[in-house]
Ligand binder design. Structure first.
Ligand SMILES: [Zn+2]
Ligand SMILES: [Zn+2]
Length: 290
């Protein structure tokens, strides 16, 4: 079984028109790409901040600029396709109840929790760059992983996205000098206590850091702590579906991870991880409706 759950049907740029991307034709392009990569479970997880209902949770200027679409129309559209319905929801400290109300009242198959912001500043958006606010790597990394730990413990999310996103800029931003496990450990402890699934994301391979999220050391701590994993590409285009999966499979095999999480109706189960051979796939498909 291969999955790709952390997927966006449209690019991140503000002003892109939802009507152009939430179409049967676009969905078919994604489904075809998934089929070509042997991905059986495909779901989408648009950013919560693209929906105007998100302004009930947070009114950051970046969100105000982006929150245009209707969340219920998105859910309804995806429900009418073969895709699993997910959402990528930011963890906003202090807004847990409002976040929970928004998420619980919709028919998601899974909710991916993300930390993009530390306070008012973003770890991966140049406009609100946390590094311009406080360029000290020890402070930035500590605050980022503390927020990640809170996100894990919040009980709002099924999967924790791109767990070490703070490294996204690679050499373009400073990295702390001490052993990075110092920063990872509180987050991994929270992951283990909460039982939240850890995302292995190949998106980092397309970013300046050019590494899978999370790092090998972070993933090893997660394995020791008994965590389970989800596999995704964070694609924003059909071409990015299953991107770098050979490397991700090698990464997971080296960690001894043999099963991967599959979601439906916010319940998860484990399936054997790996690419099924083409013949077996073809046989299965002929027996399926669609
Ligand atoms: Zn994200
Ligand atoms: Zn994403």
């Amino acid at each position: 079984m291969l999955t790709d759950y952390h997927v966006h049907l449209r690019p991140d740029q503000a002003g892109t028109d939802a009507a152009r991307y939430f179409t049967e034709e676009n969905v078919d392009r994604y489904l075809l790409a998934a089929q070509e990569h042997g991905i059986e479970e495909l779901g989408v997880s648009e950013h919560i901040h693209r929906f105007r209902q998100a302004l009930e949770i947070w009114s950051h200027p970046f969100w105000r600029e982006q929150a245009i679409d209707d969340l219920d129309a998105y859910c309804e559209f995806i429900r009418g396709t073969p895709l699993r319905l997910g959402i990528e929801a930011d963890f906003i400290p202090g807004a847990e109840d409002r976040t929970s109300n928004l998420l619980e009242s919709r028919p998601f198959d899974y909710v991916i929790g993300s930390v993009h912001f530390v306070g008012e500043h973003a770890v991966d958006h140049e406009g609100f760059d946390v590094w311009e606010d406080n360029g000290d790597p020890d402070t930035v990394w500590r605050r980022y992983f503390q927020t990640l730990a809170e996100a894990a413990r919040a009980g709002l999310f099924d999967v924790l996205a791109h767990p070490d996103l703070v490294k996204v800029w690679g050499r373009a931003r400073p990295v702390p000098e001490r052993d990075l496990r110092f920063y990872y450990e509180p987050a991994v402890e929270a992951i283990a206590e909460a039982g939240i699934v850890v995302e292995v994301s190949t998106a980092g391979l397309r970013k300046p850091v050019a590494e899978i999220y999370p790092s090998r050391a972070f993933a090893e701590l997660c394995v020791e702590a008994g965590a389970e994993f989800a596999l995704s590409s964070d694609a924003h285009l059909p071409d990015q579906i299953g991107y770098g999966y050979d490397r991700a499979l090698e990464f997971l095999a080296e960690l001894g991870v043999e099963r991967i999480c599959v979601f439906e109706g916010r319940e998860r189960r484990l399936e054997p991880l790996g690419r099924e051979d083409a013949a077996a796939n073809a046989g299965e498909r002929s027996g399926e409706g669609a």
